[in-house]
Write a protein that binds this ligand. Sequence first.
Ligand code: HEC
Ligand code: HEC
Ligand code: HEC
Ligand code: HEC
Length: 230
Amino acid sequence: MTRTLLCVLGAVALSGAANAAPEYVGVKVCTKCHEAQGESWAGTSHAKALDSLKPNVKAEEKKKARLDPAKDYTKDKDCVGCHSTGFGLAGGHAVGKEPGGAAALGTVGCESCHGPGGVYRDQHSKAEKKLKQTSEATPRKTLVADGQNFDYEKACATCHLNFKGSPHKAAKAPFTPFTPDVDAKYKFEFGKAVKAQALHEHYKLKGVFTGDPLPAVRAEFQKNAKEIPE
Ligand code: HEC
Ligand code: HEC
Ligand code: HEC
Ligand code: HEC
């Protein structure tokens, strides 16, 4: 009896968390604390992804993919979703929103890979304080409950493998026009791509968070990670 009640309460708590979907807050909230990753990310093609939708930018590539190079695609719903952050979702980019703006949502930003930060951003600094005060690390799984994503392969797939006939089973329109059929260079392999400059440089973590889900790539990136510049 008590056990059943606990289960029911647990289920209610879980569905409650799922209903209150965290909002997107934009790059500039994250880079207040993660300046090094922010600077490195700013030089990547992800940070300039919306520019590719402007008229006469990447004209040759567009022609090859049977797109109109003279057309302005920056407000086209069939394009913007993968060239911005949280398109159409709470707090995320929307047609008519200033793409650069204070949040810089007109980019493939931090939250495109790490998840919408409306709730977990505060948990990061709280957990750091806890480590300083009590030497206790915080279980990483609490971040997942707050909307942080550690399944990077899945995040990449929603944009890079979203086309008809792709190995990504959940693929649904609008699809990317840049498929391996257009040019073999558009073939996406997670293991290779995750190491590319297109992400950001990796910096040493202090171990504020601990336990699962520890991303598979974490150990290798941390081994070669740089010290955060003072
Ligand atoms: C108020 C400061 C602050 C803000 C804002 C903040 N973080 Fe953090 N973040 C931290 C601290 C502190 C850590 C722990 C770092 C460590 O272990 O060295 C952390 C850890 C992380 C980690 C690694 C977590 C792990 O698995 O150990 C990621 C990824 C991350 N932050 C991304 C983000 C993103 C994306 C945003 C914006 C939505 C963000 N952070 C906002 C302070 C912040
Ligand atoms: C919100 C959609 C989105 C997500 C999520 C995303 N990407 Fe991208 N990615 C893009 C777009 C769009 C471009 C092209 C940017 C441009 O040039 O306009 C790109 C470009 C790249 C490039 C550069 C390709 C080149 O030839 O220069 C690499 C590498 C890459 N992404 C890897 C990844 C990896 C790895 C992940 C997951 C960890 C990921 N991306 C997640 C949309 C996304
Ligand atoms: C399902 C996600 C998705 C949609 C929808 C999408 N793109 Fe992209 N786009 C990508 C990804 C991922 C890349 C990076 C491909 C790579 O370099 O491997 C990209 C790259 C590009 C590039 C750069 C190609 C290059 O070789 O540098 C242009 C230009 C572009 N997209 C325009 C568009 C236009 C125009 C539309 C709408 C008609 C559109 N995209 C819709 C995901 C998408
Ligand atoms: C295209 C996907 C992608 C984007 C965009 C991205 N990251 Fe990451 N990030 C990763 C991956 C993959 C890792 C390595 C796996 C891990 O350690 O969790 C990582 C690791 C991190 C870490 C852990 C320490 C480190 O340096 O490796 C922090 C902190 C972080 N990112 C913050 C940010 C911030 C802030 C932004 C935006 C300015 C950002 N990330 C943009 C994919 C991305």
